[in-house]
Write a protein that binds this ligand. Structure first.
Ligand SMILES: Nc1ncnc2c1ncn2[C@@H]1O[C@H](COP(=O)(O)OP(=O)(O)OP(=O)(O)O)[C@@H](O)[C@H]1O
Ligand SMILES: [Mg+2]
Length: 224
């Protein structure tokens, strides 16, 4: 089954002084359960693409369908709820809430949705991500890599149908990176998730089912 469909996506930033074609006609189909890697140089449009696929940003032209649901045909409120229930993000910046501890950060999306907390799953996830000792700490008391792993735990806990990860291991050493991607794959298989990972790390891209490359706002099949 097709989980993510994008058709003719364009994202143009236009001001008096310049015009940037961050996305310039991107179409894409991702099957349920697929683990897709997206590579590409800095500024090529990867983050823009992920944000639009996840309904965080609107394209200048084109559309996105998640499991057949058209994002642009939803109201802002509908899209927010749809996103919270179906789409998980791991951002380039971790976007942790500074004033609540690690545990509360991890379960925040579930609390917002009034959903139950699967403590067994949480234990599994934080053990694998090696942040089990840090649950009582505030985000600022963690290293960058640890904060990144908290953001990954938060995304996994929702068991979203679609998981969009923007350089989820950008701050981790190569061994930990591979462990984290293995965990993502294990969770994805267990919960039938569709995963897109933007990465600069070739070894990580190689762990994906398929690799695409963004170049100047266009999408290409990639062989690494
Ligand atoms: N809000 C904005 N206003 C104007 N231009 C923007 C805006 N956001 C992104 N861009 C431009 O769009 C292009 C694509 O940016 P994007 O963040 O998608 O790149 P990226 O591939 O994720 O890069 P990186 O690997 O450095 O994260 C860049 O040229 C960037 O400068
Ligand atoms: Mg980016």
């Amino acid at each position: 089954m097709e989980m993510i469909k994008a058709s003719g996506l364009k994202k143009y930033y236009v001001t008096d002084n310049y015009e940037v074609h961050a996305l310039d006609g991107v179409s894409l189909s991702v099957e349920e359960g697929e683990f897709l890697a997206i590579i590409g140089t800095s500024g090529s449009g990867k983050t823009t693409l992920l944000q639009i696929l996840g309904g965080l940003d609107e394209p200048t032209a084109g559309g996105v369908w998640i499991r057949g649901n058209s994002l642009k045909d939803m109201t802002e409120d509908e899209r927010t709820i749809f996103r919270r229930r179906n789409i998980g993000f791991v951002f380039q910046q971790y976007n942790l809430i500074p004033v609540i501890n690690v545990y509360e950060n991890i379960v925040l999306p579930l609390r917002l949705d009034g959903a139950e907390i699967d403590e067994k799953l949480l234990e599994d996830i934080v053990r694998t991500l090696k942040i089990g000792e840090k649950l009582e700490n505030l985000p600022e008391e963690l290293s960058g890599g640890q904060q990144q792993r908290v953001a990954i735990a938060r995304a996994l806990m929702v068991k979203p149908a679609v998981l969009l990860c923007d350089e989820p291991t950008g701050n981790l050493d190569s061994v930990t990176s591979m462990e984290v991607i293995s965990l993502l794959k294990t969770c994805a298989a267990r919960f039938h998730q569709t995963v897109i990972v933007v990465t600069h790390q070739e070894a990580i891209a190689q762990m994906a089912d398929r690799i695409l490359r963004v170049e100047d706002g266009k999408l290409y099949n990639a062989e690494v």
